[in-house]
Design a protein around this ligand. Structure first.
Ligand SMILES: Cc1cc2nc3c(=O)[nH]c(=O)nc-3n(C[C@H](O)[C@H](O)[C@H](O)COP(=O)(O)OP(=O)(O)OC[C@H]3O[C@@H](n4cnc5c(N)ncnc54)[C@H](O)[C@@H]3O)c2cc1C
Length: 382
């Protein structure tokens, strides 16, 4: 069995203090009127105006080259911005996927034409992306995708259905993971294509989540024509690219800060003198957050050094989801509060939202069983 080394030392506690203060300043004025129940939506809160303001501040595409609208800052500076946004419950969803994974994928594998056309618009907070990986009967088993792009004169004709496409109804583009080769070539027969969602033949249908909200969609492709220039990277390289993309998706502070607003509201409700059991419970959760933060920052460090953090990222996602799902349970045990979406009380409404959202934390970005398989393989256990 190999061990997992956390190679990246945490930066000094005061690193990037100026940036942190600048972000806090911006958030305290911009989000002053935002209620805890809205903050609890965390990185699922969509607000295109807010994203444009983030773009104007230079906080999207922070690490990308200036030539593509980026700001050439470090992964840890970006980490500071993300952490402050999530801790404050900022509505970052509009640009989140584009900044986190679609932009970096285009930067790494895209053509000059794709990079020039798209990256500056993402960095400005004006171009939003969704992820077209999951399908009916192929979520965990991504290599079983059936959506097919058939080569025709000048490009491709796409047919198939994507499922659980978060904010597909508000995005400009999808990165489509699909089959371009033989059906039995599970990995080598897949590719990623850049899809303009306004093209004819694409239907986006809403799917309500447990709390009745509309984030998810089913996206149906019927004879959609894509030009040959839509291919990202090489034809047949889809599997390796999608695995690299998932490392970006699994490692960030969003993977342990989704329930953070609930913790803040619980501490507020407990007041300055909580009983010893409540103190111990809050202390334990804080200990877990500090550990996950260290792991997540080490992934940022590995990304900065150009290394592959897939194993670390799977660990952050798995352990982060456990913590995020435990927080509502702990809060219910230490504070006398009934969850209710309609309550006028902040804690009650935030708790109700998180209780309804928490079951999906261990599904989105890859289910727990699959992540544990990846971790076991990485440690040489299977
Ligand atoms: C909030 C949220 C947002 C999402 N957003 C997107 C998005 O924007 N784009 C997108 O493409 N997808 C998205 N997804 C889909 C998500 O990534 C999939 O739900 C997930 O990968 C699981 O796929 P599935 O739902 O098809 O479940 P299945 O693959 O059918 O799995 C069902 C259960 O069986 C288990 N299982 C399956 N295979 C195995 C195995 N080999 N070994 C052990 N256990 C196994 C799974 O772990 C799971 O518990 C989102 C999901 C959620 C909850």
């Amino acid at each position: 069995m190999t061990s997992l080394t956390i190679t990246f030392p945490p930066p000094p506690a005061d690193a990037f203090d100026d940036l942190r203060a600048e972000v806090r300043d911006f958030l305290s004025s911009t989000l002053a009127a935002r209620k805890p129940r809205d903050r609890a939506r965390s990185w699922a809160g969509f607000d295109a105006d807010f994203s444009r303001q983030m773009g104007a501040r230079g906080w999207i595409g922070m690490t990308w080259p200036k030539a593509y609208g980026g700001h050439e800052r470090g992964a840890l500076e970006r980490y500071v911005v993300l952490e402050e946004m999530l801790a404050a419950g900022a509505p970052v969803a509009a640009h989140w996927i584009a900044d986190r994974q679609s932009g970096p994928l285009l930067l790494k594998c895209g053509t000059e034409e794709q990079k020039n056309a798209i990256l500056p618009r993402i960095a400005a907070g004006e171009c939003f992306f969704c992820i077209g990986m999951s399908e009916p009967d192929s979520g965990s088993d991504l290599a079983a995708v059936r959506t097919r792009a058939t080569q025709v004169d000048g490009g491709f004709r796409v047919n198939g259905t994507k499922l659980w496409t978060t904010y597909g109804h508000k995005s400009h583009y999808m990165i489509l993971f699909c089959r371009t080769g033989a059906a039995d070539d599970r990995h080598g027969g897949t590719s990623q294509l850049l899809v303009d969602l306004s093209l004819p033949g694409i239907t986006v249908r809403p799917i309500a989540d447990l709390s009745g909200e509309h984030h998810f969609n089913e996206v149906v492709f019927e004879d959609v024509f894509l030009p040959a220039s839509a291919v990202i990277g090489g034809l047949g390289d889809g599997w390796n690219q999608v695995m690299g993309e998932l490392a970006f998706e699994r490692s960030g502070p969003e993977r342990f800060l989704s329930s953070f607003t609930l913790l803040v509201e619980a501490v507020r409700a407990l007041g300055p003198n909580p009983d010893p059991a409540a103190r111990a419970a809050i202390g334990r959760l804080t200990g877990h957050i500090v550990t996950l933060r260290r792991l997540s920052r080490s992934v940022a460090g590995l990304l900065q050094k150009g290394e592959n953090p897939a194993l670390h990222a799977a660990l952050v996602k798995d352990q982060g989801a456990l913590l995020e799902q435990e927080i509502p349970e702990v809060v219910r045990a230490i504070v006398a509060v009934e969850p209710s979406l309609r309550s006028s009380g902040d804690l009650s409404a935030v708790l109700a939202h998180i209780v309804l959202a928490a079951p999906c934390f261990s599904l989105r970005g890859g289910t727990r069983e699959i992540l544990r398989g990846i971790i076991a393989r990485g440690l040489g256990l299977r």
